[in-house]
Ligand binder design. Structure first.
Ligand code: NAD
Length: 481
């Protein structure tokens, strides 16, 4: 069945697009066209920003509502999304190749979890507080919504990452223009149907699909007050530069090259599921994945064997099949990029222990075999650059200081994990790793905790109460007497 949309959801209505071009959406596993949506153009962004601004500035509208009233709308939206969960995860898996069992756990669940979490936080967090001063007066400290948000989302977790932005922005009282990735837009239109059904007020959420040009136009649009971006470090730098010139607040969630630090007392044999989630989930197309495995020199071969066994045993296949653990890359272009890194690894002298090619039995779809490189030096390109595919590098270390040094010898600092049978020791090692997030014997980001990176992995944090304050300005009203 081909899904074809002809209108855009802007200002609470389905409107005709200004342009005539469409975005064809192609299945990562069958290479067949799944459907198409209108390609947004600048005039569509203008309309969406104007609608979001009207909704934001309406004196009796969204941003002025009592918290409980906004929270109720957010919960209605969560219900409307939940009612579409099966269709949503099917669309996502077909588009980007994410195994459906993972799509159910993450893409299917996160949007409504985040809407409900921020709705509760909104009810509990006072928008203003009175603070006794030191000079005789009192100050009323107020949290005000920043205004119109431009939210730019990648294709790898299109719904979850959209809601890292939409849920706290709505809770803050902001209005949003979402620009999804061209690879994953069919899920956006299902979301727009949920937004309409839930009675989210007109202009609070607007969607303009398009590529980099449409994104860049939105970022610099004079009607936008805050930009929230998830994507590559290269695009993040361009967006950060544009926002810097405009002095526009921006949150950047960018790439990663995280380290899995295996300590000498780790028992990896009992952790296979967690190791998979930490290093391969979503076909290796996950920003926080541990793609550098740091192994103690004395146990190097053993660790290489564990990861070789893991990569060799995973089920690669149709993302819509519940038994599949690894699906295809999102696009032919992206598979070429991953393969070029595999070639670079070979050329640099790393040793492939498993994978390295395309799965023989799959002649359609952009598949790559899960691949492990041994004998990797941390200076190799495959250890320094983000590959964004199912490709791991196992790097030896001498002692814990050396492991921490190697983990920190990276432009990135987004995720990471420490594996050991001694949790206290793990936390001590974790504290020395220069990264925004890190897990112990697993890696599972939680909605209540700030998520984001340091160095080239980004600026600012999403999730948790901190994710809400990223959409608020503070105003101090000095009260005399
Ligand atoms: P990408 O940067 O190419 O695109 C991301 C989004 O930004 C897309 O919607 C794209 O159209 C848009 N875009 C690209 N250039 C732009 C520009 N100059 N101005 C405005 N918009 C622009 O990234 P991608 O290939 O879609 O996603 C993969 C990347 O995302 C990886 O590097 C990955 O690590 C990163 N990522 C980071 C996180 C995180 O939370 N840190 C999460 C997921 C993915």
């Amino acid at each position: 069945m081909s899904l074809s949309y002809e209108k855009l959801y802007i200002g609470g209505q389905w409107v005709s697009p200004h342009g005539h071009d469409v975005i064809p959406v192609v299945s990562a596993s069958t290479e067949e066209v799944l459907g198409s949506v209108p390609l947004g153009v600048e005039a569509d962004v203008d309309d969406a920003v104007a609608a979001a601004r009207r909704a934001f500035q309406d004196p009796s509208g969204w941003s002025s509502w009592e918290p409980a009233r906004r929270a109720e709308v957010m919960e209605r939206l969560a219900d409307a999304i939940d009612a579409r969960k099966d269709e949503m995860v099917r669309r996502i898996s077909s588009q980007n190749g994410m195994p459906i069992s993972i799509a159910e756990q993450l893409e299917g669940a996160f949007p409504s979890i985040l809407l409900r979490y921020y709705a509760n936080l909104l009810r509990e967090s006072p928008a203003e507080e009175k603070r006794p001063g030191l000079l005789g007066g009192t100050t009323l400290v107020r949290r005000r919504p920043m205004g119109v948000v431009g939210a730019i989302v990648p294709w790898n977790f299109p719904q979850a990452l959209a809601f890292f932005k939409i849920a706290p922005a709505m809770a803050a009282g902001c209005t949003v223009v979402v620009k999804p990735s061209p690879e994953t837009v069919l899920d956006t239109f299902l979301l727009a149907e949920a937004v309409e059904e839930a009675g989210v007020p007109a202009g609070v959420l607007n969607f303009v699909p398009g590529g980099r040009e449409v994104g860049a136009y939105l970022v610099s649009h004079p009607g936008v007050d805050k930009v929230a971006f998830t994507g590559s470090t290269a695009a993040g730098r361009a967006i950060g530069e544009a926002c810097g010139k405009l002095l526009r607040p921006v949150t950047l969630e960018l790439g990663g090259k995280s380290a899995v630090i295996v300590l000498d007392d780790a028992d990896l044999s009992t952790s296979v599921e967690q190791l998979f989630a930490t290093s391969f989930i979503n076909n290796g197309q996950t920003c926080y994945l541990g793609s550098r495995i740091l192994a103690p020199r004395a146990k190097y071969d053993e660790v290489v064997d564990v990861f070789t066994g893991l990569a060799g045993a995973v089920v690669v296949g149709d993302p819509l099949d519940h038994g599949t653990q690894i699906g295809p890359m999102v696009s032919a272009r992206h598979r070429e990029r991953v393969e070029s890194y595999i070639a670079k690894g070979r050329a640099e002298g790393a040793r492939i222990t498993v994978g390295g090619g395309r799965p023989e039995q799959l002649d359609r779809g952009w598949y790559v075999q899960p691949t492990v490189f041994a004998d990797v030096d941390n200076n190799f390109t495959i250890a320094q650059e983000e590959i964004f595919g199912p490709v791991l590098s196992v790097i030896p270390y001498d002692d814990v200081d050396d492991a921490v040094r190697i983990a920190n010898d990276s432009d990135y600092g987004l995720g990471g994990s420490v594996w050991t049978s001694d949790p206290d020791r793990a936390v001590e090692v974790a504290k020395r790793v220069d990264t925004g997030t890190i897990g112990i014997n697993a890696y599972l980001p939680d909605p209540t905790a700030p998520f984001g990176g340091v160095k080239s992995s980004g600026l600012g944090r999403e999730l948790g109460p901190e994710g809400l304050t990223a959409y608020q300005h503070l105003q101090s009203v000095y009260l005399t007497g």
